[in-house]
Design a protein around this ligand. Structure first.
Ligand code: GAL
Ligand code: CA
Length: 351
């Protein structure tokens, strides 16, 4: 009897606590996907200036989607240049409850592990800035890419340089009718390195400028590496260099650093062109140290990423968004580049 009574009391207690638990959990915000976007961002390296500025834009943009009913969260991981590390980070982001991923691959030819993981957990991926190869993009239907058209950036940089050569005859300092130039290149194998380098040179040639390539240096998008490469090239070619074409602003600034370090006077300097329109790059255009840059639309890219992430998670307005933002094949979105010269730089500094 006594024992039975105890069991009965135990059962009642258990039922009450179960109900209490149930009630509590109803009151708490459950990680309900419909009411929350949690973006897991994985990017290749935290030393990259342009990407850090792009991610600041993304943080800002996603915050604007926050409402009483809709929570937004973003968790960022830096792979420090290792694809292995990035694969692990993606797993951690999924485990942490991210319901959409924004991935800036370390090795753009090696996304399979990440795609398999995301598919297993049904978490869509928005790749950005480092474009996976087409076959990989076809591995799953929840894969997207947001970036910009590398060829366009090379063409615009070439047009800027051609305009400058035509306006300012003194660019041809040794008056041999040719422009002696060097190129500072980004990471080998990156779509922007290969295509920008090709298309800038081609555009210059097509516009009737005679060119002579003296040398090139690989500087992996990095200012300090560019300074080093440039020091070596100056050591070899001295005053012969008339034009420096850099695949991005940081490397153009690194080239400028090299000349500064060597105490070159302004009249002995070549002209410099970058790409990105980073904060420092725009400042350098403003004060005339860079002759021009090409704006890599980080605000537009961040906006597209934020809107797509929200649409993918909420399940609302996806088709309309893909149409409105002119996604190619329903998967690829390329934001336009723009030329920046001194007379237009304020407009970009205000962004
Ligand atoms: C390019 C950009 C570079 C660098 C690179 C990283 O689009 O111009 O500055 O950020 O992406 O993948
Ligand atoms: Ca010359």
């Amino acid at each position: 009897m006594r024992e039975k009574g105890l069991i009965g009391a135990g059962m009642v207690f258990c039922m009450i606590s179960c109900m209490a638990l149930f009630l509590c959990s109803c009151g708490k915000q459950q990680p309900d996907s419909a009411g929350k976007v949690h973006i897991g961002v994985a990017y290749y390296d935290q030393s990259d200036t342009f990407l850090n500025q792009l991610l600041d834009c993304l943080r800002e943009r996603i915050r604007e989607f926050e409402t009483e009913e809709f929570e937004t969260m973003i968790t960022v991981r830096d792979a420090a240049g290792s694809q292995r590390t990035q694969d692990d980070q993606v797993k951690e982001l999924i485990d942490a409850g991210c319901n959409v991923l924004c991935v800036n691959l370390v090795d753009r030819a090696n996304p399979s592990e990440i795609i398999d993981l995301a598919r297993e957990y049904d978490v869509p991926i928005i790749f950005f800035n480092r474009e996976p190869v087409a076959e990989d993009m076809m591995q799953w239907d929840k894969l997207y890419y947001i970036g910009a058209d590398a060829e366009q950036s090379g063409i615009l940089q070439g047009e800027l340089a051609a305009d400058r050569m035509k306006e300012a005859a003194q660019t041809d300092r040794n008056k041999d009718g040719k422009i002696q130039y060097v190129v500072l290149e980004g990471e080998p194998g990156h779509q922007d390195t290969i295509i920008r380098t090709e298309s800038v040179v081609e555009t210059l040639k097509n516009s009737g400028i005679e060119l002579e390539k003296l040398s090139y240096g690989i500087a992996n998008w990095n200012r300090a590496q560019a300074q080093n490469r440039m020091m070596q090239m100056i050591g070899q070619y001295r005053n012969q260099i008339e034009l420096v074409l850099a695949n991005n602003d940081d490397m153009a600034l690194g080239a400028l650093d090299a000349y500064e370090k060597l105490n070159y006077t302004e009249s002995a300097l070549p002209v410099f062109f970058g790409i990105d329109g980073t904060d420092e790059g725009l400042e350098a255009v403003k004060d005339g140290r860079l002759s021009g840059t090409v704006y890599n639309d980080k605000e537009g890219q961040a906006e597209a990423m934020a809107r797509l992430a929200v649409a993918l998670v909420s399940g609302e307005g996806l088709e309309e968004l893909l149409k409105e933002m002119e996604f190619e094949d329903g998967k690829y979105c390329y934001l336009s580049y723009e030329k920046v010269t001194k007379d237009r730089v304020e407009e970009f500094l205000e962004k």
